[in-house]
Every structure is written in C-alpha cells, then in structure tokens.
Ligand binder design. Sequence first.
Ligand SMILES: [Zn+2]
Ligand SMILES: [Zn+2]
Length: 264
Amino acid sequence: MNDTCSAPDCGNLRPQHQFVCVNCVHLLKQDLDAATWLLTDLDTTISRQDAIVPPGARGRSAETALPFKWAASEALWVLGNVVTTWARLIVESSGYRPADDHTALGAVRFLRAHADVLCLRDDAGDAIAELEAAVKDALRAVDHPTDVRIYLGKCGDITGQRGCPGRVYALPAKEHGQCERCGEQHLTRERRALMLRAMANQHLTAQEISTMLAAVGVQVSVDQIQNGGRKRRFTAVGKDPHGKRSYRVGDVLREFLGPDWLAA
Ligand SMILES: [Zn+2]
Ligand SMILES: [Zn+2]
C-alpha cells in the first residue's frame, strides 16, 4: 500500500481517503480559480479584438487575427479541453449530474464544486498536473506579469500564415530571439518593429494597448496613455462597448516611442 501523493513530482504523504496530498488539493483549487478567471474574462477580451491587416497586405483575404489573440486562443482551447475531459470523467464514473452549462466554463465550475470528488480518483494526480500545465500556458499566452520574455510573433511571418508556425521569444536586452519550434534566431529589434507596425491601425483602450505593448517588451502604463489622451497629445478615436475611450495604437506609439522603434 503506497500512501504518497499521486501527483507527478510531489511525493508528500497523503491522507488515506484520497489519492493526493493536502497541498496538491490546495493547488488544484487555485488552478481551478485561475481557469475560471481565464475562461471568463479573457475569452471576452480576446473575442472583442478586431482583425488586423498585416503591413503590405490588401483585401479581406489578408485579414488575420493578432498573434497574441492566436496564442491566447490556442492556450484557452487546451485549457477548455482539459477541464471538460475531467468533468466528463467524473460524471461518468460517479454519476454526478453534469453542469447545465455545456461549455468549458460550465465544466470548470463543476470541477471546482466537485474538487474533493476528483481527489478520490486514483488518477487525481494526472488531473492536477494537466490542469497546472494548461493554466500556466494560458497565463503565459496572455502575458502574465511574471513572464519576462518578449513575444516576437510566429517564426515564418509574425501572424503564422507562412513558414514555421513556432513562436519566437526573446529575453529582455537580448539582441536575438529564438523560435520555440525550429530554433531559428531572429533580430529582436526588427521583429518588434514589425509587431508594432502590425498593431498601428488598431483602435484599442488604454488597458488593451498597455497589455499588448508589455507582451512585446514595451512598458507604457495605462495612466500614461490616458494622460496623453487628456492632454490631447493624441485624440481618442471612439469608445469600446463598455464606454472606455479607445485610441489608435499608432498615435500612442508615435507619442511614446518615436519613429526609431517603428522603422527598425
Ligand atoms: Zn501532492
Ligand atoms: Zn521556427
């Protein structure tokens, strides 16, 4: 009889009645809370972003979503898949009534309410590990503040339409970034300029602009943008559905970065 926790790399002793340790139950609940947040707020944010036309391209067929949106959507899809799979396994094996809401969010709420049931399964450790990895990836994809890497788009072309679809990341102050898939090196300065130019015609709120710039390693705070707008150094172009002012990203970039950043 083995009574250590079944989560990979844990090894703590576990209570007799369940297959994971007290600490891992705590982590599981934290990850489920994070997953709830990710699947609610983020999904709305992502789906609200407009399509962009990459520089040099014309016409509808060239329209494509921002790379951030893709990375985040992909990570959310994986997260949704993990939570719906485990919710279904619990329903099938224990006979609990499934969530009325047949979405990933419904599944994650179901799991949160039945976390203790999940821990009674002998594969609870796998569930915890899968969820932890998916939450981590989703947080990274939306530029969690602890991730200091700079996102430089997809390897082939930044939107991932041509060539290698691997993601390119660079560490701050490094001249080159590297593709996660094929290892190809890219010049940080050039890539970042491409990413910034691709964003220039978007109309976004101060919060959205600040978040997207942070992903490419440019620090401009929400306050700085709103102050700039108030002092009329650039003008708001509209309001989002929640009544927040939106700005043309290119106007904000010109004010805070100057031409050098965009012309690399
Ligand atoms: Zn454990
Ligand atoms: Zn590559």
